[in-house]
Design a protein around this ligand. Structure first.
Ligand code: HGY
Ligand code: MN
Ligand code: MN
Ligand code: MN
Length: 416
């Protein structure tokens, strides 16, 4: 079935990406935008205005997940969903997440401009806090929408300033019943997310589109180490219980555990370190290590995790350090839905666009949407695979192609 070509309004979309990037708590070209901050609120109202100007309705749930709806002829049918996140870790770039939000909006506008009205409503989601910045757990919005995170579990969260989830939520201007957030089964017929690749593979192969067939299994946890402090000059080495030296040994064990028990698809790092009292002439008495460990195979990841925890225990025993484990998340991987993968591939073929199937090593909201709906992702290249940095970049042409493929996929799914 041939379709009228879809003309993406790239100028408007690129302008919107720039305007959205300006809502940041750090100076350009970096972007920092954290859940429920004033900056986040300003970015949300900007997007709501763009959604209204496009002639779509929107709603916000009790934590601020935003739903923008392109009403279908049969609005009671399970909907076709797309979307991503607008939060950005400190000193990040302007394309991670936002390409899926503003690109999804432009895909809907393009379909509307072409005179198309879907049978099923098409809904753009702007998820809360895909990044773990505020509460240490990523995908807060999609976890709650999918039921992977229950309200009573979320209410236990505290941010780094010690603010509770509820205090932070109210500060962000949200109240309402948290039990209304979870989406019922069949809310969505399908969900497709457009996102930058955040790896260099597509660019290296000169390919404009990646069709994501699976999303790796992420886990993150904190190791709280407690030793003995003391004067950095006065305490002799045999008498010390230096929490940071224990942490350093443990950090290197992560690399060793991945080498011994993992594969090339296993990755681990210590991305967060708190040292107390953090004074140059004071022996660290407490250290928190924030560890991120992932693999496309969850069992293999968990074998590496067990090996690492055993090594940490041995080190702390030897050094007289108290060790406490705080598991933050230990999620299974997600597989894309074969029908959606085929729909994306078909749209690329119809448009004469080269693509390759691939795994996403970064997690995304699709990791949790896959628990409540057939889900898949469309990747576009980003320069040198750089992401979570101010120099993150995706070209207008690649963004245009990604949105054109997404629009075709939404049109096809909207008609099923
Ligand atoms: O860490 C991740 O994979 C995601 O980009 N937040
Ligand atoms: Mn990210
Ligand atoms: Mn992202
Ligand atoms: Mn992500």
């Amino acid at each position: 079935m041939t379709h009228t070509p879809l003309n993406i309004d790239l100028d408007t979309l690129m302008l919107e990406l720039e305007e959205l990037a300006a809502f940041s708590d750090t100076p350009a070209p970096s972007v920092t935008r954290v859940l429920w901050t004033e900056t986040d609120q300003k970015a949300r109202s900007y997007l709501k205005t763009r959604i209204e100007q496009a002639g779509f309705s929107w709603r916000e749930d009790a934590t601020g997940n935003i739903f923008a709806t392109f009403e279908g002829k049969q609005p009671r049918l399970p909907k076709v969903g797309t979307g991503s996140h607008i939060d950005a870790i400190p000193h990040a770039g302007k394309y991670d997440g936002t390409v899926g939000v503003l690109g999804g909006l432009e895909a809907m506008r393009t379909l509307k401009r072409s005179g198309f009205q879907p049978r099923r409503s098409i809904e753009l989601l702007i998820f809360n806090a895909e990044e773990p910045t505020r509460f240490g757990v990523g995908c807060l919005g999609s976890r709650m929408l999918s039921g992977a995170l229950k309200p009573e579990e979320a209410l236990k969260f505290r941010d780094q300033e010690g603010l509770s989830f509820e205090e932070a939520r109210q500060q962000g201007g949200f109240s309402g019943d948290l039990n209304q957030i979870r989406l019922h089964e069949n809310y969505f017929f399908a969900f497709v997310e457009l996102h930058i690749e955040q790896m260099p593979n597509l660019e290296k192969q000169g390919l404009p589109i990646g069709v994501v067939t699976a999303i790796a299994a992420p886990s993150s946890f904190k190791l709280h180490l407690t030793g003995q402090g003391g004067h950095a000059g006065a305490v002799l080495m045999p008498d010390r219980k230096d929490a940071f030296l224990a942490a350093s040994e443990i950090a290197l064990c992560i690399e060793q555990a991945v080498k011994d028990h993992g594969s090339i698809d296993t990755v681990g790092t210590v991305g967060l370190v708190n040292v107390y009292p953090n004074a140059i002439n004071s022996i660290p008495s407490k250290v928190d290590l924030g560890v991120d460990l992932r693999d496309i195979d969850a069992d293999r990841r968990d074998r590496v995790l067990q090996a690492l925890l055993q090594a940490a225990e041995d080190i702390c025993l030897k050094r007289g350090i108290k060790l406490e484990l705080e598991m933050l998340n230990q999620d299974p991987p997600a597989k894309s839905d074969p029908m959606l993968v085929r729909t994306i591939q078909k749209n690329c073929e119809n448009l004469g666009i080269a693509y390759q199937n691939m795994v996403s090593r970064a997690y995304h909201d699709s990791l949790f949407m896959a628990r409540i709906a057939p889900t898949a992702m469309v990747f576009i290249p980003c320069k040198d695979g750089i992401s979570h940095r101010p120099d993150e970049y995706s070209s207008p042409e690649h963004i245009r192609i990604g949105v054109e493929v997404l629009a075709g996929v939404l049109r096809d799914l909207g008609e099923v």
